[in-house]
Design a protein around this ligand. Sequence first.
Ligand code: 6PG
Length: 206
Amino acid sequence: MVRYPLMNTKTFSQEADFIKESAKIILEACKLPNAKIALSGGQTPEPILKELSHHVEKDNATFYQVDERYTEKTSPDSNQKMIRDSLNPKNFITFDTSLPIEEALSNYQNQLPNQFDLIVLGIGTDGHTASLFPNSPATEEESSPVAHTQTSEFTIPDRLTLTFPPILHSKKILVLLKGQNKIDAIEKFPASKLLKHQNLQVHFLV
Ligand code: 6PG
């Protein structure tokens, strides 16, 4: 993986170490006063959140969603279902997908903090992160902290997502990448926008 000056990358060959070290970073953030942490969905975070669920300090934090598929919160495709089932968060602020899209976005926006302590992101092989897809106009959004995006490439076409302003304003970003097919994912737009963040930690499981 190409190294960038601001990016702190750790490469793991053992999944157990990847899980342990990634959970440790999130746990450290949980110990901050009034910790505010935003979590992505997808597959990579699940075992890390399960590991984190064993640590009582997680209950000090308020968790938020980076993005959500516009589906029932009980759907197997729901990010909040994955997070609830794996982390069992005590304090969890979610997109309310039972509302119409615009109402769900404004309802969530009204609950956002001024700044996250940590945002945990994955990246797709196409370079999408959160639900900010390469062809999404929302990748260039400069004012609204949330957006509705759409995809025909991935499950559930309608998505609710944070935009880059709150992501890049976070005190710290942890990117979780699993598999050789992700080796250059962070160099692809729009994930490459993360490379200008001053406190970017990448964990890469080869
Ligand atoms: C989602 C995620 C998405 C994810 C990437 C990587 O809603 O699916 O928020 O942005 O982080 O697609 O997913 P994996 O971790 O499953 O590779």
